[in-house]
Write a protein that binds this ligand. Structure first.
Ligand code: PLP
Length: 467
């Protein structure tokens, strides 16, 4: 009891703390942040004093350190750059696709200066923001027209709302997917006012299943890429061409939600076959939607391509105004799309594509370079080893496919594995790995060459500060 009262009496006064902290040269935070940080630190300390049976009053210096640490925490941006050591290239929680320097330069230009976002420089009149990328998308996909909205979920929503509101949309049971973040086709369909008609069995759907379900109220036949799961074994889905033929004979619209949607045929590089946007467009599907930040490797966006008269109707939907993309998206998207005019260039210059197609040997070289930089410094703290591992594409693309990769394996000698994981996660620039067999792995496939030096320095600093 005595020790508790002693501790409580030793809690400093807020006003005095503020004055003292403001004298510290390194603290440049606004007064309001200093004040609330100090108040919070004191509240937390008071609680912990009341909860403890035996406490020692903090020294002046210890209080100051707590205040400064809390102020610093509040002054650092919440959205932080991190090192992705998970080996998952398109990691939705870690920001999906990242942009090259060339692409971020475009963002900086678009953000820091006025632009011709909706101003036609030829006529001097109002222009359309979509026209800045529509031609390029059409060039690359072979589609007649294109529109870009906020993300692929929005693309599906506005397309269904425009083309099937109050009417029936037929979907195969095997394609009624839920992808991350609670995007479920039946729910989106509900919001759009379209009525879902499920056909076939989970593993097999035939053309006659669609045919039998068509009524006078049917608006559309919809195909959905199953993205993050696969049904294997005795399965069957109707090819796009056959569905298009059936729909045309009945005067119906066809749509495909491609999900990741690639412009490159990855099977040419030893990956599983995923349909390309061009293939689906040339099969005659009227509307095709896909993401900007999955396999395309660009910013968050939903790209809608297809038949001109249909895209025109979607453009006029009032929802389009609510789902419209901003100039940052356009700047980055145009920059990414331009890379696709030369496929070899795209594979090199688009970070997502480069990381996916980098050979295991090249990843190993990079991992060796990281190991070389830290090995002698960390010898007391960790058993370090390079080990082969498997990385994933992520983003719902090729879910069952593993890429051979290399990881740096940390077996800490002076702390628990969960402490190491947490410690790295809470660094100023967090390092995110994964725990496997009581070791922490950093898969180097998702670490860029330009990050190796910085990561090495950060790791060395972390272990030095721990001992
Ligand atoms: C990822 C995905 C979506 C959602 O795309 P976002 O760009 O994340 O909105 C929709 N449908 C499928 C099949 C997907 O894979």
């Amino acid at each position: 009891m005595d020790s508790m009262n002693k501790c409580l009496r030793a809690i400093p006064k807020v006003d005095e703390c503020i004055a003292r902290v403001q004298c510290i040269e390194a603290v440049t935070a606004p007064g309001s942040i200093i004040k609330s940080a100090i108040q919070d630190v004191i509240t937390v300390q008071r609680k912990s004093i009341l909860a403890s049976s035996n406490c020692e009053p903090l020294l002046d210096e210890e209080w100051m350190n707590l205040f400064v640490a809390e102020i610093e925490r509040r002054m650092t941006p919440h959205l932080k750059r991190i090192f992705n050591g998970t080996g998952i290239v398109i990691h939705t929680n870690l920001g999906r696709s990242i942009l090259s320097e060339k692409m971020t330069d475009q963002l900086v230009q678009a953000g820091g200066y006025y632009s011709n976002l909706e101003f036609n420089l030829q006529t001097g009149k109002r222009g359309s923001r979509y026209s800045l990328v529509e031609d390029i998308i059409c060039d690359l996909t072979g589609a007649e027209a294109a529109l870009v909205v906020n993300n692929n979920a929005a693309a599906v929503l506005i397309s269904l709302d425009t083309l099937a509101e109050g009417r029936e949309v037929i979907v195969s049971r095997g394609q009624l997917v839920e992808i991350g973040g609670a995007f479920r086709i039946p729910d989106v369909m509900d919001k759009s006012g379209a009525k879902l008609v499920e056909v076939g069995a989970t593993n097999r759907t035939h053309l006659h299943d669609y045919e039998d379900a068509i009524t006078e109220n049917t608006a559309m036949l919809l195909r959905v890429h199953t993205s993050n799961f696969r049904i294997i074994g005795f399965t069957s889905e109707v090819p796009a061409e056959e569905m298009v033929e059936l729909a045309r004979s009945k005067g119906l619209t066809t749509m495909e939600d491609l999900g990741s949607g690639s412009l490159i045929d990855f099977s040419r590089y030893g990956f599983p076959k995923e349909p390309t946007v061009q293939e689906i467009v040339s099969a005659g599907v009227d509307v095709v939607t896909f993401s900007g930040d999955k396999l395309l490797g660009g910013p968050q966006a939903g790209i809608i391509v297809g038949n001109r008269s249909i895209i025109d109707r979607i453009k006029k939907n009032p929802l389009n105004r609510a789902l419209r993309i901003d100039k940052f998206t356009l700047a980055a998207l145009e920059s990414v799309l331009r890379e696709y005019y030369d496929i070899d260039q795209a594979l090199q210059n688009i970070p997502t594509l480069r990381m996916i197609t980098t050979s295991a040997q090249v990843v190993k070289k990079r991992a060796q370079s990281l190991l070389r930089r830290i090995k002698s410094k960390l010898i007391q703290d960790c058993v370090l080893q390079l080990i082969p591992t498997l990385s994933k594409v992520g983003g719902g693309a090729m879910p069952e496919f593993n890429m051979q990769s290399w990881a740096l394996q940390f077996q800490p000698l002076k702390m628990k594995i969960v402490e190491l994981e947490r410690g790295l996660r809470q660094l100023k620039t967090p390092v995110i790995g994964r725990i496997e067999n009581d070791c922490l792995l950093l898969d180097v496939r998702t670490i860029q060459d330009r990050e190796v030096g910085q990561l090495a320095a950060l790791l060395i600093q972390f272990f030095e500060s721990e001992v």
